[in-house]
Ligand binder design. Sequence first.
Ligand SMILES: [Zn+2]
Length: 95
Amino acid sequence: MKPIQCPRCWQAMDNSDRLESHLQASPVCDIKEKIMIEGFDKKQEEKLKSRKRNHQNQTEEQRWKELYNILFPEDNEQDIPSPCTPNIYVLPYKY
Ligand SMILES: [Zn+2]
């Protein structure tokens, strides 16, 4: 899932309920230039940290796929770029 953002001020929201009450708040937020969220959120960060424990028996490719799945859970496995391609360097800027 892509992060939910307010269409006026582009603030990140945890869920659509949050966004709804944010949009109904008074005074309403200021319209700002669109900012796309970069990188990953807190939950993903925690997953990335916790996955370090079971690294022992994984190959580089398995680790890479696991990392990729955490960052982009909506992507299919066949869409995961090879860890050898330069794509790895642009990963955090996909959003
Ligand atoms: Zn807003």
